[in-house]
Ligand binder design. Structure first.
Ligand code: SF4
Length: 373
């Protein structure tokens, strides 16, 4: 198992991850309570840290925050879509739940050498994507790390709490810029608890499994500052990494044919699906005799996790596949039509949300330029 928040992670066994890193798995009770969340119901979300603490406060009507972000290295893919939809889901749980969304442009510079101006343009599309997916902009603080003096101040303060050996134990040997961007992320996660935003409160961070090292570091920093800043250790909820359309355990941004993005040209996207790895048999005859293997199939995952809300349709696909009634070519055509419809509508609506995205980023920049204490 390899977990690298900046590189390629290789996680096949999520139970093992939970055991090794002290992540709690989602209990049946919790799954039932949050059944209206497709990702939790269908087990794409596999674990959490202190989700109950966040939920109890939110359901009692106390003020809570949901914090996550994106490295603006490109357009939204299905992994960014899950994170965004998780944030939106938890924002809707209470009228006192505020979303904090960080555009990690400093990290994109440290890790990928992307100039801040280029990140700035990508950020607008990313923010328009999340608004289009359903974010309530009236309860959202969206900002770029490079604008966030409050976050940078926190990162500087936190630098006293860490040693090189601690950072190496969490991240392995990395360039100093990446260690610093890890501290900036800790600042992102804890800034909702500063006086600018009303002080300490439960904060939930929905992320992919590969981001857990940042959560561990931030929880450690928060506990060290419990006495002086009264930080509550942040809660987190984890989803599995999105598998590549080629069947690998993680999609690669370097290979556009391994993933669908929310900016895909529609014909291109259909080609990607038609070339995707399936759990089908070598011949139609074998498929009819033996049935397919949907648990191996990247096309089935488009139904199960990404584009179909209706459980009955997902169950039907599964049953028809294993019983040999469903043929991969037809199956790919059906899901392509569903994805085309989604992308077409999303891209039209997103265009209309560009101005709002710019305004939200400007407003966020003003808020996070203030002193955190
Ligand atoms: Fe996958 Fe559909 Fe083929 Fe089954 S029929 S293996 S779900 S593409």
């Amino acid at each position: 198992m390899k977990i690298d928040p900046w590189g390629v992670s290789d996680i096949k066994d999520y139970d093992r991850l939970c055991k090794e890193f002290g992540v709690s798995s989602i209990s049946e009770d919790l799954r039932n309570t949050l059944r209206d969340n497709k990702y939790i119901r269908r087990r794409m979300v596999f674990g959490h840290r202190d989700l109950d603490l966040f939920l109890n406060a939110a359901l009692k009507g106390e003020e809570v925050a949901i914090m996550s972000g994106i490295k603006p290295t490109g357009v939204f893919h299905l992994g960014s879509k899950i994170t965004a939809e998780q944030m939106i889901y938890f924002q809707r749980i209470s009228s006192k739940a505020y979303v904090f969304y960080s555009i990690a442009d400093l990290e994109a510079y440290a890790d990928n050498g992307i100039p801040l101006k280029e990140s700035s343009e990508t950020a607008i599309i990313n923010v328009a994507d999340i608004i289009t997916l359903g974010l309530d902009p009236n309860r959202a603080i969206v900002y770029k790390q490079s604008d966030a003096l409050a976050v940078q101040d926190l990162a500087f303060i936190f630098s006293r709490d860490v040693t090189m050996s601690m950072l190496e134990a969490i991240y392995g040997k990395r360039p100093p810029g990446l260690y610093f961007s890890a501290l900036i992320q800790a600042g992102d996660i804890l800034v909702p608890q500063t006086k600018i935003f009303g002080g300490p409160k439960p904060v939930l961070v929905p992320v992919g499994a590969d981001q857990d090292p940042h959560i561990r570091l931030t929880r450690d920093i928060a506990s060290k500052h419990r006495r002086d800043f009264k930080f509550v250790e942040p809660s987190s909820v984890y989803h599995k990494l999105v598998r590549s359309l080629k069947g690998d355990y993680k999609m690669s941004k370097r290979d556009p044919y391994s993933m669908i993005t929310l900016s895909d040209d529609l014909d291109e996207m259909v080609k990607k699906v038609m070339n995707a790895f399936t759990g089908g048999r070598a011949t139609i005859r074998e498929q009819k005799e033996l049935g397919g293997e949907p648990w191996k199939c990247s096309v089935y995952e488009l139904y199960l996790y990404h584009f179909v809300d209706d459980d009955k349709l997902v169950e039907r696909v599964y049953e028809e596949c294993v019983s040999g009634m469903r043929i991969c070519g037809d199956c790919k055509k059906e899901i392509s039509e569903i994805v085309v419809k989604f992308l077409k509508e999303h891209q039209i609506k997103r265009e209309k949300n560009i101005d709002l995205a710019i305004r939200l980023l400007e407003k966020g920049a003003e808020l996070v330029r203030r002193k955190p204490f």
